[in-house]
Design a protein around this ligand. Structure first.
Ligand code: ZN
Length: 300
């Protein structure tokens, strides 16, 4: 048998499915609305005022990418508050889902789980709300050592989130998922970069099965995509088995991510286009819309 290119040969070799490979070469990108479930508007993006990525700039990037709603979580929270009050965001018809960030500055990344002043800040921010309404979640937070999931403030925040029905966006490893869920079994935990830290797809599957409210956000997920930017076989089968549990996100944690925002979103559209339409619509939009009671903007 002869193959047109090495890429096609490898595709056939790895997947053993000629039909799927041919499909991957010709797949049409998903064209519906997107929900960006992991967006930061950090201080360095706009310096509290204009640049390099002022509000019109980021709104234009989201608009061009077909983003109709987004989770805003920014260091410090001023970025989120600004987007939530923005006339440009409103004029573009986008819905803001504001999250309370735990970090006032970079130093807070490494000690928040034991810092009572951060817990108090979260309570104060929650009481204030935003121009787009109440906060809908907390995070993103990081745990570089999963044992810190048992820090007093981590425990209190998980329970607070559960009581107020706030979602929690957590950049943690698989062990920390178990620890965090033990504090608040009904919490709506969104696992940033699902499985980051080396968890296998089998382990991710086991955790999704164990915790029916656990959601997976897919930015920076190593091993997610393979040939032609389509999902790798193991991931494809996981998202087909759990079509209601995944979200996509930009993770604009540094300015470079804003500079390439449209490319990031376009790469999601590539692999979403390779999924059955209903599954693509769920991951792109409906799972987030259901989680946060968003207004339906589906126009397809
Ligand atoms: Zn992030």
């Amino acid at each position: 048998m002869r193959f047109k290119s090495t890429a096609v040969f490898l595709c056939v070799l790895l997947l053993g499915m000629v039909g799927n490979c041919a499909h991957a070469q010709n797949v049409k990108p998903y064209t519906g609305p997107l929900f960006d479930a992991h967006l930061h508007y950090n201080e360095e993006a706009w310096n509290g005022k204009v640049g390099p990525h002022n509000v019109p700039d980021v709104v234009q990037r989201m608009n061009k990418s077909g983003v109709k709603a987004f989770i805003a979580n920014s260091r410090p929270n001023a970025g989120t508050i600004t987007l939530a009050a923005s006339a440009e965001v409103k004029a573009a018809g986008m819905q803001v889902v504001p999250f309370i960030r735990l970090y006032r500055n970079r130093a807070d990344y490494s000690g928040w789980f034991a810092d009572e002043s951060i817990y108090q800040m979260v309570l104060t921010e929650y009481a204030k709300g935003t121009a787009s309404g109440a906060y809908k979640g907390i995070g993103e937070f990081h745990l570089y050592d999963s044992a810190n999931a048992n820090g007093e403030v981590a425990k209190k925040l998980m329970r607070f989130a559960q009581d107020k029905q706030l979602a929690v966006l957590a950049h943690v490893d698989d062990d920390a998922i178990d620890l965090l869920m033990a504090h608040a079994p009904q919490a709506r935990l969104i696992w940033a970069h699902t499985g980051i830290g080396g968890a296998s797809v089998a382990r991710v599957r086991a955790l999704l099965t164990k915790y029916p409210k656990l959601m997976g956000e897919l930015s920076y997920r190593p091993g997610l995509t393979c040939e032609s930017g389509q999902l790798c076989p193991e991931w494809r089968s996981l998202v087909l088995d759990f079509p209601d549990r995944f979200l996509i996100g930009s993770d604009t944690w540094i300015n470079q991510r804003w500079a390439y925002y449209e490319d990031t979103m376009s790469s999601y559209r590539t692999w979403l286009g390779g999924l059955p339409n209903q599954v693509a619509q769920n991951i792109a939009w409906r799972n987030g819309a259901a989680l946060f009671n968003l207004k339906e903007t589906y126009d397809k």
